[in-house]
Each structure stands twice: as C-alpha cells, then as structure tokens.
Design a binder for this molecule. Structure first.
Ligand SMILES: Cc1cc2nc3c(=O)[nH]c(=O)nc-3n(C[C@H](O)[C@H](O)[C@H](O)COP(=O)(O)OP(=O)(O)OC[C@H]3O[C@@H](n4cnc5c(N)ncnc54)[C@H](O)[C@@H]3O)c2cc1C
Length: 103
C-alpha cells in the first residue's frame, strides 16, 4: 500500500495521496439469521428488544450488537451480555419456583 486515488464526485477530478495503510468500512449487517423465525427483527435485521434485553419471545434474551442500533461497542455489548445473563438466570429461577414471570 503506497497511495490512494481520490475522486471528487462533483467534478470528477482525481488526485493521488500517499498513505501507508487503509481501513475499509465494511458496513454492518446484524448476524440475526439464526433467530429470524423465532423473534421479531426490525427492518434492518436487528433483534427487537424491550425492557433492555427481552425479545418478543418469552424466555429468549438478546444482547450485544445484534440488538443494538445505537452504540455497537465492545463495552456496551459486554454490558448488555451481563444484563441478559442475569435476567436469564432470574427467569429460570422464577420458573423453577413456580412464580409468575412478567415479560
Ligand atoms: C472493524 C471494527 C472495529 C471495531 N472497533 C471497536 C473499538 O475500537 N471499540 C469498541 O468498543 N468496539 C469496536 N468494535 C465493535 C465491537 O467489536 C463490537 O461491538 C463487539 O464485538 C460486539 O460484540 P458481540 O458479542 O455483540 O458480537 P460479536 O463480537 O460479533 O460476537 C458474535 C459471535 O457470534 C458468533 N456467531 C454468529 N452467528 C452464529 C451462529 N449462527 N452460531 C454460532 N455462533 C455464531 C460469531 O462468530 C461471533 O463470534 C469494532 C468492530 C469492528 C467490526
């Protein structure tokens, strides 16, 4: 990698700029195919959640980039993963105790 060629999309003029490396913007498609037929997705493919990590299917929690249309950062993904794990544990414990589980 030695340079990039830039094109002005208004004038069509091109210029050359020396660079040592390039980061490609690859876009973002939520990897939600696995649960597509199970839980509701938004038009862009993100898993719809309410009350933070609850999906539209009772007992199924979602976290991380696959349900985050706003931040999509490692720390927010990890945080929501923690929330989903805690909620899943509470959900299972309530079921086991025969308690009413609000969704
Ligand atoms: C180029 C780039 C740079 C970034 N830089 C930063 C940064 O500087 N700081 C920051 O905070 N964040 C950064 N991020 C964002 C960060 O990487 C994500 O927010 C974070 O990794 C999301 O974590 P996640 O667990 O939700 O998803 P992922 O890390 O994508 O993990 C999902 C996992 O599920 C697996 N998987 C998918 N489908 C299936 C399936 N059907 N069966 C089994 N496994 C499956 C995948 O292989 C993957 O391992 C960057 C992202 C990119 C792409």
């Amino acid at each position: 990698m030695t340079a990039i060629v830039l094109k002005d999309t208004l004038t069509g003029e091109t210029s050359r700029r020396p660079v040592a490396g390039v980061f490609m913007a690859i876009g973002h498609r939520p990897n939600s195919d696995l649960v597509r037929d199970w839980v509701e997705l938004d038009p862009a493919g993100y898993i719809r959640t309410h009350r933070e990590v609850r999906t539209t299917r009772r007992g199924v929690f979602a976290c991380g980039d696959v349900q985050d249309t706003e931040y999509r950062q490692a720390i927010s993904a990890a945080g929501s993963g923690c929330m989903a794990a805690i909620q899943a544990e509470r959900y299972l414990a309530a079921l086991e105790a025969g308690a009413e589980v609000e969704w």
